[in-house]
Design a protein around this ligand. Structure first.
Ligand code: ZN
Length: 284
């Protein structure tokens, strides 16, 4: 506990340690974002083959923790130092050391973003349970966001685990009680489910997916039912803002994942929710 004590007295050190931790975790999240969807697809196909009693011969995609990263083009395994967050990318100057294939800018971007936001949580909350809960929330939402952008899916493994984590942290009562968290989870699911059914009834189209309902259920478990209105407000504003930016840049997207905006809304509310709520509803 000596170490925690030191961190408590040196906020700059604490924020720096959090930044480094965020970089390292961000580089792990890149692996999860890349490898979880094909693993899930493999499991679904296997289950289906078992169910209809046919042979299943596909080979298993790389697991998340065990196999070292390799270049997608020449398949050469990367050296350990290429895996250092940010520095690896800079050393390679964005290209595979063996075949020169360009590496997506997204990898260092996810690392840097995770690092900066983890540091921000440290700055905001200090050495507290709220900080620990906050970075867990952040890391889950970061993974969900990019997987949703890539595949238009939010894996249950992530959204439901996040929901359980929210219920667990409500036991510490630093912002909401377990009762408020449980009602929040139910409300979160039902709000989007209702919107989805109404939209379908009126237009015959499906505007969202069940993954989004589960994500807002998780949001309700973390923030309580009152904050959900703020989450939806912030998500809509973020969605509008990004749509305008994309339009200005000349990009037109027909199908837009909703998960990233919900994630932004949930994260903003975790840090600033009470202030925003008080301002909106003019509470003292
Ligand atoms: Zn290569």
């Amino acid at each position: 506990m000596e170490f925690l004590h030191t961190l408590q007295h040196y906020p700059v050190l604490f924020v720096s340690v959090a930044f480094l931790l965020g970089l390292i975790v961000g580089s792990f999240l890149n692996v999860v974002i890349l490898r979880l969807p094909p693993l899930l697809e493999y499991e679904w196909k296997k289950d289906y083959a078992d169910f209809i009693g046919s042979d299943f011969k596909e080979s298993k995609p790389p697991s998340i923790a065990l196999e070292r990263s390799h270049c997608p083009k020449c398949k050469t395994k990367l050296k350990w130092f290429h895996n250092i967050p940010l520095l690896g990318f800079l050393m390679l100057r964005g290209k595979c050391a063996f075949c020169g294939q360009g590496i997506s800018l997204r990898y260092p971007m996810v690392e840097l973003l995770t690092g900066l936001l983890t540091a921000f949580m440290a700055f905001q909350f200090g050495v507290t349970v709220e900080f620990v809960a906050g970075i867990i929330l952040l890391w889950f939402l970061m993974t969900i966001t990019w997987i949703d952008i890539d595949t238009f899916l939010i894996p249950d493994q992530l959204s439901l685990s996040l929901l359980w984590a929210g219920l667990f942290f409500s036991l510490f009562s630093f912002s909401i009680t377990p009762a408020v968290a449980i009602i929040g989870a139910l409300t979160g699911y039902l709000i989007l489910w209702t919107v989805f059914q109404l939209f379908k009834l009126l237009t015959g189209k499906e505007g969202m997916g069940y993954g989004d309902f589960k994500l807002l259920a998780a949001g309700g478990a973390w923030l309580g039912y009152e904050q959900l209105i703020v989450v939806l407000l912030v998500s809509s504003l973020a969605g509008l803002l990004i749509a305008v930016i994309q339009k200005l840049m000349g990009k037109v997207e027909n199908k837009i994942p909703f998960g990233p905006y919900l994630s932004i809304g949930i994260l903003v509310c975790y840090v600033f929710g009470d202030e925003i709520f008080a301002r909106l509803f003019a509470l003292p």
